[in-house]
Design a protein around this ligand. Structure first.
Ligand code: NAP
Length: 494
C-alpha cells in the first residue's frame, strides 16, 4: 500500500467539492476508505448527508444557465485541458485506482487511459451537437430543431471502474452544457475526488462540477434529495439492477431523464467451428479482467459438444497459471475482490454449483499465502457441468469464476443465452459467416462481441437492453442522453 500511496500522494483529496470549495460534510461525519488487499485504512472522506446533497444542487443549478450559454468550442477546450491533465497524471491516477479498488497496477493505468479516451471523445463531440433545419411545409414558415442541455445531471457510480465510470458520465454531460453533481461508490471515492480536482485545475467554472462522498448507509439520504428535487433533470447511474429500478421508480415524481447502465449476465458461446485458440484468449481477456468484476464479464460459458473437452483443457491450463496477488506485486494478474461481501457471494455461488453437480477443474476456494496476504482473495476457477438451476447461471458472480455449460445445437444455446432478464453483453466464436449473422441478430443484448473479447471503446455505444437498463455511453449517440430537442417554428416570413 505504501508504494502506491506515495505515487498518488499529490492527488489525494479528502473533502467534498461544492461550489468550487473543498468542504467537509455539514454535520462533520466521515468514513474510512479501505485497501481491499490488506484490509487496512487508506484514509477518510466526508460521509455526506441531505444538507450536502442540497448544497451541490444549489451550486449546479445556479451556474447552469451561464454554462449552457458558453460556446461549445469553449466547453471543448476545457475538456481537452482536463484530458491532458488526466494523461499527464496517469501513473498517479492508476496507482490510486489500484490502491482503493485492488486491480493490478497495469490494469489501473489501463483504466485511466480508457476513461481519458471518453473525455477526449466528448471534447470533440461537444462541437458537433448539431440541430436541424426542416424543409418548409408552408410558405413563409421556417422550422428548426435545437439540441439543448437537459440541465443539472446527477451521476451515481459503482466501485469496479472508479475512474472510467464517472469520466464517461461527466464528460458528455459537460460537453452538452449540463452541470453535474456526482456521488461515487463508498469503496472508491478517492479516484473520483482526484479526477474532480484535476477538472478544477483544468479551469471549469465554479459550480459546474460538484461531488459529494457518502457511506453505503447514507447513500440513499444523498440520492433521495436529488430524486425529489425538480431542479435535477437527469440521473445517470451505473450499478446494480435493483438500485437502478429504485431510481427509476423514485424519479417518476419529477419525470427525470434516466440513463441506467445496470447488471449483466453475459453468455460466451463457443461453436464447434470456432478458432479455439482465439476463443480461449477472448475468454481470458473478457472473463478475468478486473478479477471478473465487470458488468460485461462472461458469466455463463456455453461450449458445443464437439470442442467442449478440448476447450476446457486449454482454458484450465491458462486459468491455473494466473497469478493472484496485490496490485503492487509485479506479477499480479488477479487482485483482491473489492470487499468481504464480494468474496462471500463468489463462495456461495461455487458451493451451490458443486452441490448441484458442477465439477471443479481449477480453483474453487479462497486463497491466502505470502503474496496474496489478505482476506479478499479468491482463486481463479473453472467449473464444468454447469446447469441452469445453479445460482451462478441466473445471478452475476462478479468474480474470477468461469462456469462451463455443454450445449448441442445453435437453437438450444440461443434459447439458453436469452433466458435471463438481463441483456448487456454477449460473445460468441464461430467461423461460419451465415451463423455469425444469425446469432448476432438473435442475441437479446445491447452489445455483441463476435470472435472478440475486448468490446468496450469510446467510439462505440455501450449499454444494455431488458433489465440491464437503457441509454448509451460513448459514441456519437452518447451526447443525446444529455440533450433535449427543442422545435422552433418561425412564421410570417413571406
Ligand atoms: P450498486 O450497489 O447498485 O451501487 C452503485 C451506486 O449506487 C453506488 O454509488 C452506491 O453507493 C449507490 N447506491 C446503492 N444503493 C443505493 C440506494 N438505495 N440509493 C441510492 N444510491 C445507492 O452497485 P455496485 O455493487 O456498486 O456495482 C456493481 C454492479 O454494477 C453490478 O451489477 C454491475 O454489473 C453493475 N455495473 C454495470 C455497468 C454497466 O455499464 N452496465 C458497469 C459497471 C458495473 P454505495 O457504494 O455507497 O453503496
Amino acid at each position: 500500500m505504501t508504494a502506491l500511496k506515495q505515487t498518488c500522494a499529490a492527488l489525494l483529496r479528502d473533502k467534498n467539492f461544492i461550489q468550487h470549495t473543498w468542504c467537509d460534510a455539514r454535520d462533520g461525519r466521515r468514513m474510512d476508505v479501505i485497501d481491499p488487499a490488506s484490509g487496512e485504512t487508506i484514509g477518510s472522506v466526508p460521509d455526506s448527508g441531505a444538507a450536502d446533497a442540497l448544497a451541490a444542487v444549489d451550486a449546479a443549478q445556479a451556474v447552469f444557465p451561464a454554462w449552457a450559454a458558453r460556446p461549445a468550442a469553449e466547453r471543448a477546450r476545457l475538456l481537452k485541458r482536463w484530458h491532458a491533465l488526466i494523461l499527464s497524471n496517469q501513473e498517479a491516477l492508476g496507482s490510486l485506482i489500484s490502491l482503493e479498488q485492488g486491480k493490478p497496477l497495469k490494469e489501473g493505468i489501463g483504466e485511466v487511459l480508457y476513461g481519458a479516451a471518453y473525455v477526449d471523445w466528448f471534447a470533440a463531440e461537444a462541437t458537433r451537437g448539431y440541430g436541424d433545419i426542416i424543409p418548409e411545409a408552408v410558405p413563409g414558415r421556417k422550422m428548426m430543431v435545437l439540441k439543448e442541455p437537459v440541465g443539472v445531471v446527477a451521476a451515481i457510480t459503482p466501485w469496479n471502474f472508479p475512474l472510467a465510470m464517472i469520466a464517461r458520465k461527466i464528460a458528455p454531460a459537460l460537453a452538452a452544457g449540463c452541470t453535474v453533481i456526482a456521488k461515487p461508490a463508498e469503496d472508491t471515492p478517492l479516484t473520483a475526488l482526484a479526477l474532480v480536482w484535476l477538472a478544477g485545475q483544468a479551469g471549469f467554472p465554479e459550480g459546474v462540477l460538484n461531488i459529494v462522498t457518502a457511506s453505503r448507509e447514507r447513500a440513499p439520504e444523498v440520492v433521495d434529495v436529488w430524486l425529489a428535487d425538480s431542479r435535477v433533470r437527469k440521473i445517470t447511474f451505473t450499478g446494480s439492477t435493483p438500485v437502478g429500478k429504485h431510481l427509476a421508480r423514485e424519479s417518476a415524481g419529477t419525470l427525470k431523464r434516466l440513463s441506467l447502465e445496470l447488471g449483466g449476465n453475459a453468455p460466451f458461446i463457443v461453436f464447434d467451428d470456432a478458432d479455439l485458440d482465439a476463443a480461449v484468449d477472448g475468454l481470458m481477456a473478457s472473463k478475468f479482467r478486473n478479477g471478473g468484476q465487470t458488468c460485461v464479464c462472461p458469466n455463463r460459458i456455453y461450449v458445443q459438444d464437439g470442442v467442449h473437452d478440448d476447450f476446457v483443457s486449454r482454458l484450465s491450463k491458462q486459468v491455473a497459471a494466473l497469478a493472484v496477488g496485490p496490485a503492487t506485486h509485479p506479477d499480479s494478474q488477479i487482485g483482491p475482490m473489492i470487499n468481504a461481501r464480494a468474496v462471500e457471494k463468489i463462495e456461495r455461488h461455487v458451493k451451490d454449483a458443486v452441490r448441484l453437480g458442477a465439477r471443479v477443474m481449477v480453483g474453487g476456494e479462497r486463497v491466502r499465502n505470502a503474496v496474496a496476504d489478505g482476506p479478499n482473495y479468491y482463486l481463479p476457477t473453472v467449473l464444468t457441468q454447469a446447469t441452469p438451476e445453479m445460482a451462478l447461471s441466473c445471478e452475476e458472480t462478479f468474480g474470477p469464476v468461469a462456469p462451463v455449460f455443454r450445449f448441442h445445437t445453435e437453437q438450444d444455446v440461443i434459447a439458453q443465452a436469452n433466458d435471463t432478464p438481463f441483456g448487456l453483453a454477449a460473445y460468441f466464436y464461430s467461423n461460419d459467416v451465415r451463423r455469425i449473422w444469425r446469432v448476432a441478430q438473435a442475441l437479446e443484448t445491447g452489445i455483441v462481441g463476435i470472435n472478440e473479447g475486448a468490446i468496450a471503446a469510446e467510439a462505440a455505444p455501450f449499454g444494455g437492453v431488458k433489465e440491464s437498463g437503457y441509454g448509451r455511453e460513448g459514441s456519437r449517440y452518447g451526447l443525446d442522453d444529455y440533450t433535449q430537442t427543442k422545435y422552433l417554428c418561425q412564421g410570417n416570413l413571406g
